[in-house]
Design a protein around this ligand. Structure first.
Ligand code: 5AD
Ligand code: SF4
Length: 418
């Protein structure tokens, strides 16, 4: 979502005659887009900001700013640390950027959340030649007790159905092969009588769209109709990112996830029944307050059952203002690290297991780039979102091609053109 927001901000700036540069030393404006979902990400954003703020020593005119969730939640802290910061805008305030573009003396500082802002009449500037993002909904109403997002991105709201289809057609006309529908809770999309499966279906019917992805769905809102639509439409990718967070029903309850271990497993079974070859990936947190070893074993049990294609695993990071931050942090840092390592080791095994399943199969691969390690190799992606290093054959970047998978190692597959 931050990448999509950066594209919106680029659009706003281009509208005012700016263009982008990779060299901060010659920039008129430097913006850091930030995430506050974990403490580490927040610290990294603030450190980068300090680093770029020192550009002012050589260039008094340069404007330095922070946008995104850290700007939303920690505006005072950032201003105390960097008093001469020029821009500090939360996720619903990007239009305020124009204040500083109109008048040179002004600062652009705002973190008022909106109930309606979808940035829908702005021209975003896609950063990638082949992919196009469509933020179909913004905000989150779920209030998982560990999560800062409902506080930094406000309440759920959805882009009009008409504008989604319009945006999708524009992206296809500009040669985007793959569209990615975005939302903090993408499958709670709701606009008049249209729901998430209606969006998927309508987009899949647009001509020339080769691949459609979406992220991230909440298990509680993933209904059978959505699964059927994925199964029936070949251009909707056979990949679901299905955040688990914990395998223990006790911890899921404390997290306010509103599903139990057994609800989650039924959902996985239902998905696999409709689409046996689907790739399932997930997010898991360990070390949530009250997580005992027995709870953690439940998480490992679910990982073992599902054998995810990939998993993003995290140590719980208390976020100020959330409900969980008030719960006693019962899990020591050492235990959190040990559990995280155990999950990483298990996941590596499962990733390899899933990748090995593809050995000797033929996969349609979208060629994305040259390999940095070997100029004769190209890198592509399967519809299940796995990277393939193509060792034999000379496909062109931007084309879809059938590739025979000859080997698997870690997260990568190796293939040759048949
Ligand atoms: N601590 C650790 N991980 C978190 N996530 C969200 N909030 C926290 C937190 N406080 C993780 C969840 C989510 C992903 C984007 O980040 O797993 O799905
Ligand atoms: Fe955060 Fe996702 Fe839960 Fe919303 S659904 S509160 S974004 S973890």
């Amino acid at each position: 979502m931050n990448e999509a927001d950066t594209e919106i901000i680029s659009g706003l700036l281009e509208n005012f005659g700016y263009s982008s540069t990779n060299d901060p030393a010659i920039a008129d404006i430097v913006l850091i887009n930030s995430c506050s979902v974990r403490e580490k990400a927040k610290q990294r954003a603030i450190n980068k900001l300090k680093q770029y703020n020192s550009l002012k020593k050589k260039n008094k005119q340069v404007k330095i700013g922070l946008v995104g969730c850290v700007a939303q939640q920690h505006a005072n802290e950032v201003q105390t640390q960097i008093p001469d910061i020029d821009i500090l805008l939360g996720p619903d305030s990007y239009r305020k950027l124009t204040d500083i573009l109109i008048s040179d003396d002004k600062k652009a500082i705002n973190n008022i959340l909106s109930k309606t802002e979808m940035y829908d009449n702005l021209q975003s500037i896609p950063q990638n030649t082949y992919y196009g993002y469509i933020p179909i909904m913004r905000g989150c109403n779920n209030f998982c007790t560990y999560c800062i997002v409902p506080y930094t991105r406000g309440r759920e709201r959805s882009l009009s159905f008409h504008n989604i289809v319009k945006h999708a057609k524009q992206l296809v006309a500009s040669n985007r092969k793959e569209l990615i529908l975005l939302g903090q809770n993408v499958n709670s999309y709701s606009f008049q009588d249209k729901r998430f499966p209606d969006v998927l279906k309508a987009i899949s019917e647009i001509e020339k769209i080769k691949r459609i992805r979406f992220t991230s769905p909440h298990p509680k809102d993933l209904d059978e109709r959505t699964i059927q639509i994925i199964a029936q439409n070949t251009n909707i990718c056979n990949h679901i990112h299905l955040p688990l967070q914990s395998g223990s029903s006790k911890i899921l309850k404390a997290m306010n996830r509103t599903y139990t271990q057994s609800d989650y497993l039924h959902l996985v079974d239902l998905i696999k029944k409709h689409i046996p070859t689907i790739a399932i990936t997930t997010d898991i947190i360990t070390g949530f307050p009250g997580e005992t070893d027995t709870d953690f074993q439940e998480t490992l049990k679910i990982m073992e059952y599902v054998k995810y294609d990939n998993a993003f695993t995290f140590k719980y990071s208390p976020r100020p203002g959330t409900k969980a931050a008030e719960m006693p942090d019962t899990v020591s840092e050492n235990t959190k690290s040990d559990r995280l390592n155990e999950m990483i080791t298990l996941q590596k095994k499962h990733t390899l297991y899933r990748n090995n399943e593809l050995k000797n199969t033929t996969q349609e691969v979208f060629i994305e780039s040259n390999s940095k390690k070997n100029i004769n190799h190209k890198i592509g992606r399967t519809e299940t979102n796995k990277l393939v290093i193509i060792k034999k054959g000379t496909p062109k970047i931007g084309e879809f091609i059938n590739v025979k998978i000859i080997d698997a190692a870690g997260v990568s597959l190796f293939g040759e053109i048949e």
